[in-house]
Design a binder for this molecule. Structure first.
Ligand code: ATP
Length: 364
């Protein structure tokens, strides 16, 4: 096991800067997840750590070793991709043993390691089969097992679950988490999937356009986002964004208004008349119990019952301009019907204010 340290790593492809000045350090044994929209540079970071891409500038350390010029095969990392790339002519056991064999492990070590890994991944009953005789989920577990059996210093996973169906994905995700708790190999994991990011990560790195937007624990990324991009990228349904103009100590939104949170009044004192983007998560918008508790009024347009809760889309009436949509979650006992006028109460402690030009979050 080893730490992985990126120091101002950039990678350019002619005119395209895929990643710029990426700096972070994954401590020994931790599980970090890279997330961000398509093309933000996640895979390029992973491939650079693996040695499949060369950094254009910056320094990369695995453990205490500077590895910029070390070839991929000598970096002691194992990478698993979304397409499993197993050796089709070999059995599961032979696939699992392959990396170790290349390292001239003795027969007993080979047997023991294959058995342990197969058991931990629940594939011990499949050892004599060929990859074509396995389901997608089983093949992916073999691919993970092949990487783990080598006991690399670092484990790099690029969307390893994205080819699996929903149930299998959930199961394999839980197995992966359990496996990391047991084996404790330093892991860097790329995904589009927020649930994977939130559930697996010790730390999440949010990227956009080749740059780091925020690094933090899943909870910090969710509840204390650095900017509008992070705030709206993490969370499903996403955070609501409403345009509000500050007048006095209230934000005016299409003829309605909500109070500016007390903690922000000082920092916004000189921003009278300016427009801001106001962010609030669906779980922080409730149906007001009493009309005088309501901050906003909106018309229900779509009702989506999910069993445990109901997702409601509601539109704020907007004089002549495009109506703004607000998502909220209500208990099934309070399910509205389409067309209802909903009195909405906002949990203002959880209201975020963003600069609409830079996307930066205004903090007290
Ligand atoms: P996705 O989630 O879609 O896989 P990603 O976040 O992994 O995307 P990368 O594959 O790292 O993104 O790509 C980052 C940027 O670098 C993109 O703009 C991509 O087009 C560009 N890029 C990646 N590889 C090359 C290459 N070999 N030549 C030119 N441009 C490249």
């Amino acid at each position: 096991m080893a730490r992985v340290c990126l120091n101002n790593i950039s990678r350019r492809f002619n005119a395209v800067t895929a990643i710029a000045d990426i700096t972070f350090e994954v401590p020994d044994g931790e599980f970090w997840v890279l997330v961000g929209p398509s093309g933000c540079g996640k895979s390029t970071i992973l491939r650079t750590i693996a040695g499949l891409e060369a950094a254009t500038s910056g320094k990369l350390y695995i453990g205490d070793r500077l590895v910029n010029d070390v070839p991929a095969r000598d970096r002691d990392v194992a990478m698993v991709f979304q397409n499993y790339a197993l050796y089709p002519h070999m059995t599961v056991a032979e696939n699992l043993a392959f990396g170790l064999k290349m390292r001239q492990a003795d027969a007993k070590t080979l047997r023991d390691r294959v058995e342990t890994v197969a058991q931990s991944l629940n594939i011990a009953h499949l050892l004599d089969r060929k990859p074509r005789q396995l389901s997608g989920g089983q093949q992916q577990r073999v691919a993970l097992g092949r990487a783990i059996a080598r006991q690399p210093q670092v484990f790099l996973l690029d969307e390893p679950l994205s080819n699996l169906d929903a149930q299998l994905r959930d199961d394999t995700r839980a197995e992966l988490k359990q496996l990391h708790q047991t084996v404790g190999i330093t892991t860097i994991y790329v995904t589009h999937d927020q649930v994977e990011a939130m559930t697996l990560a010790d730390k999440i790195v949010v990227l956009s356009q080749g740059k780091i937007q925020q690094i933090g624990s899943p909870q910090a990324i969710y509840s204390d986002p650095a900017n509008q991009m992070v705030a709206t990228f993490m969370g499903s349904p996403p955070m609501n964004l409403l345009p509000g103009v500050l007048q006095g100590d209230r934000f005016h939104i299409h003829g309605q208004s909500i109070p500016c949170p007390a903690v922000l009044q000082t920092v916004l004192r000189s921003a009278q008349g300016q427009r801001f983007n106001l962010g609030i998560r669906p779980e922080h918008v409730q149906l007001a119990a009493q009309p005088h508790d309501a901050h906003l009024s909106a018309i229900a347009t779509v009702i989506e019952p999910l069993g445990r809760e109901v997702l409601v889309r509601a539109e704020l009436p907007a004089n002549g301009t495009t109506a703004h949509v607000l998502n909220l979650q209500v208990p099934p006992t309070h399910m509205p019907t389409v067309g209802d006028r909903l009195p909405l109460q906002l949990d203002l402690e959880h209201l975020f204010v963003f600069d609409p030009t830079t996307g930066e979050r205004i903090k007290h």
